[in-house]
Design a protein around this ligand. Sequence first.
Ligand code: SF4
Length: 338
Amino acid sequence: MFLPEQVYFEPGSLEYPLGKDLLEKFKALNIPIFYLSSHNKINSKTENPSEYYSHAKKSIVVGVKKSMKLEPCKPSADYQFSLVTGCPGSCEYCYLQTNQSLKPFTRIYVNIEEILENVQKYIDINSPNITSFEIGSTCDPISVEHFTGSVRKTIDFFGKQKYGRLRLVTKFSAIDSLLDALHNKNTKIRFSLNSKYVIQNFEHNTDSLEERISASGKIYSAGYPLGFIIAPIMYYDGWKEQYIELLESLKSKIINPDDANLSFELIQYRFTTKAKKVIIERFPNTKLDMDEANRIKKWGPYGVYKYVYSKETAFEIKNFFTENINRYFPNANIEYFT
Ligand code: SF4
């Protein structure tokens, strides 16, 4: 489990019970602690982008969530909110490389009660319709759960909601503390999976495929709605064999795979010009295939072009996964391929 090399406390964070609790935990672990004089002011000791990135990835910032306006989160959920932003993992292709490129720190929010009160307002306004929320859009929420317990609290909160549903996605496997939560099937947990080649080459500091699959088996046995995001799907020599291997090992951990009500979300690898620039700065020897000549441009929802596989390749990937997911998990639902 992730252990930071240093922790920064922002002003106001120690006024909340979770802030005080985290301070005690980090002190007991002898982790160096720094108190920031103003929000968001961490002085960088280096100008080198990859050194700065590496320092940030080994740090935690503890702060207070100020903005309570929730952003939409299609196609996954109606809204997203954050218990944490950033992630100690270092996936080379991660979208956080660009959308948090200047501050790649993992930031924990301590005002969890205020965050959940705000969520309650969104649920109440929309009731009796169901309102769904994603907490894995700007972070990996499980990556620091062993310090915070915030996901567990949030699952308990949603367990009591008639009209609220929660979704999260993770590449980490420390989910034992969630197994006896009163989830009431109102929280769906998805594991982000990939082939061995992709995990070994691009998903640094995340849990292994075996650990994620084993954790998904526990979540399934605890009665949670369970899903998988296979992303980013990459097209390389041997991709079909490795993705079949992935589905086979998943099947071996799921009880009654023929009846299992699982969901799959499928996302092909894509990149933007901005992401490519940041990735090359941080991972100069990256093996990511970011050759625009082999791609087509697609207009993205955030107002920038992204480079995706050609129509023929995307079609081949989609068909391959549809056929094989139906073969290994006949009762599963493929929510989307994009
Ligand atoms: S685990 Fe998820 S959030 Fe963390 S670096 Fe990897 S892709 Fe990004």
